[in-house]
Design a protein around this ligand. Sequence first.
Ligand SMILES: Nc1ncnc2c1ncn2[C@@H]1O[C@H](COP(=O)(O)OP(=O)(O)O)[C@@H](O)[C@H]1O
Ligand SMILES: N[C@@H](CCC(=O)OP(=O)(O)O)C(=O)O
Length: 372
Amino acid sequence: MKTVLTQSRRIVVKVGSSLVTNQGTGLDMDALGNWAQQIATLRTQGCEVVLVSSGAIAEGMQRLGWKQRPSAVHELQAAAAVGQMGLVQAYESCFRRHRLNAAQVLLTHADLADRERYLNARSTLRTLLNLGVIPIINENDTVVTDEIKFGDNDTLGALVANLIEADALVILTDQDGLYTADPRKDPGATLISVARAGDATLEAMAGGAGSHIGRGGMITKVLAAKRAARSGAHTVIASGHERDVLPRLLQGESIGSLLTATSLSLDARKQWLADHLQVSGKVMLDAGAVRVLRNEGKSLLPIGVTQVSGEFQRGAVVAVLDTEGQDIARGLINYSSAEARRIAGKASGEIEIILGYVDEPELIHRDNLVLL
Ligand SMILES: Nc1ncnc2c1ncn2[C@@H]1O[C@H](COP(=O)(O)OP(=O)(O)O)[C@@H](O)[C@H]1O
Ligand SMILES: N[C@@H](CCC(=O)OP(=O)(O)O)C(=O)O
């Protein structure tokens, strides 16, 4: 299992409230500074990192002088709004020391369930990563109610891993990893070092939050690993206090609990593509394009497309039809419907002349295409 994370080029790191706020006593600047330094190291090694950070509510409570976590949702939302200020300020100054820009991204469940907002979030995050910026994500607590809440940032971390097709999700917490039982309650509990993400026995071991600071506990981390595995991402649950935990993990060291995605990343991504997304448009192919897609496993080029229907944006999932109109594949398309109509039937070399720019020479890359 040593090599699993060494191949990671894009990772999501999630840090929990108890870590970020030193068990609710205020932002732990040393810890934040440490993670920023580790992330800066990963960037110099060519690894893209998205940080999902909790702690807004805990920090807000601290700033407002509240000793007890309120149960009223609007009070929690108010605390989050206050605390988020401190959180981003702190990260901003930590990353500045490494000459890295950070960006605040606040998301809700509805943003990732809605096709257009999902695509917008995805392109923004990809653009930030291309620009070398570190996106710092939290749930947009101000606008969410219980029904549309992620509720815990472990789930949000997994959805972000799906969104950006990350290779790994690293969940840093206040324990060394997943134990056979909650170590706060069972001193005999032992650490699980490797398991398969989605293994049902893990769910039975994982309990809720052991403190009043964190929300989800271990169960949401185990479920997040299962969800992240759907797009091929492996998950590590480890202690955020472990020295240089991120670079060491990416060097292949075994730290904490590794929950592996079973299928190959590409296969899993295709499965996820086939299973999880609605089709927003259709492209019809000529016989030659059908042949190369089916028999040679190639990418779909605009020249093989005879018709484009539906309205969609770049990155949408579209159905691919043969000459008879039969659904033969689906894939993530590199151009919007308006652009695709203009370049349909044209050679890839002509894309720039027609559109004035080229996003990709393929209409759908073979890695983003699944045959049905
Ligand atoms: N099987 C388990 N292994 C480890 N920790 C567990 C387990 N079951 C429950 N826990 C509890 O989960 C807590 C971590 O979750 P949480 O408090 O939500 O942290 P975070 O703020 O990092 O998300 C641990 O402190 C621990 O008490
Ligand atoms: N958006 C909330 C997240 C709460 C949460 O999920 O906490 P945790 O279980 O520590 O990851 C906050 O920033 O306080």
